[in-house]
Ligand binder design. Structure first.
Ligand code: ZN
Length: 245
């Protein structure tokens, strides 16, 4: 089947990998490393850390893995690479370069670096700026969209502006703080309101459709999400404005 995702060392993986849950991946890697040791009870959690760090510990016969929620949507091959890195560190085995390389490659992707940067900004501090900007009020925009597209049923999260007018990350929904953060770039008279509305609408859909951690494919923008996004009037026009920002 060739190299399905272009990841190093992915040429020889069995296609079953793509249907494994994180638990199944960790169990398989464990058996590979310690074939004669009974598999400990596995607890895998995705946690909102301020960075992409992940942790593993063995306690009372339980293997506890805590993975950054930034990796919740990572492809199975990346989860597998991290399983090798964490388990091999725990058992003091060398980590083959292919896994270290594959994992690093993923973290170095531009979208991942942007996400990490923003998450560090938000999670590193205690509160969100509040909805009132210099020119625009996020609460007013949220409630207007809530009435128009969600029958007023979405609970309002914390709303805030990013510290700097970031172009890379225009909006972000942070489930750990239940907060929507919007780039300051939109708090200007010159930036069309339609673009801000669209970015807010997109983040509101993240509230409406939480990331699915259950399946083996953990997608943030599901087909359901994309379909719902099409309800936004002047979607193409809004995206055009964002491109020109
Ligand atoms: Zn999104």
């Amino acid at each position: 089947m060739g190299n399905p995702q272009g990841w190093p060392g992915a040429e020889n993986v069995q296609s079953s990998l793509f249907f494994e849950s994180p638990e199944e991946i960790y169990a398989r890697v464990f058996r590979e490393l310690k074939p004669r040791t009974p598999l400990p009870h596995l607890v895998i959690e995705f946690c909102s850390f301020a960075n992409a760090d992940s942790f593993i510990r063995l306690e009372d016969g339980r293997l506890h893995v805590r993975i950054s929620d930034l990796l919740a949507g990572a492809p199975a091959l990346v989860t597998e690479a991290l399983a090798h890195i964490l388990l091999r560190k725990l058992y003091r085995r060398p980590v083959p370069r292919v896994y270290a390389h594959r994992y690093r490659l993923y973290l170095n992707r531009r979208d991942m670096r942007r996400q990490m940067h923003l998450v560090r900004q938000i999670r590193g501090r205690k509160f969100v700026s509040g909805p009132q900007g210099d020119f625009r009020n996020l609460e007013v925009i949220f409630e207007d969209l809530n009435q128009r597209f969600f029958n007023g049923l979405l609970g309002r999260p914390q709303l805030g502006w990013s510290r700097r007018p970031a172009r890379g990350m225009l909006g972000h929904f942070d489930p750990s703080h239940n907060a929507i953060i919007i780039s300051r770039i939109f708090d200007r008279e010159s930036t069309p309101g339609l673009a801000l509305e669209y970015v807010m609408f997109h983040e509101m859909l993240h509230l409406r459709f939480p990331v699915d951690h259950q399946g083996s494919r953990r997608r943030v923008h599901t087909r359901e999400f994309r379909e719902a996004e099409k309800q936004f009037p002047h979607l193409r026009e809004a995206k055009e404005i964002l491109k020109r920002l």
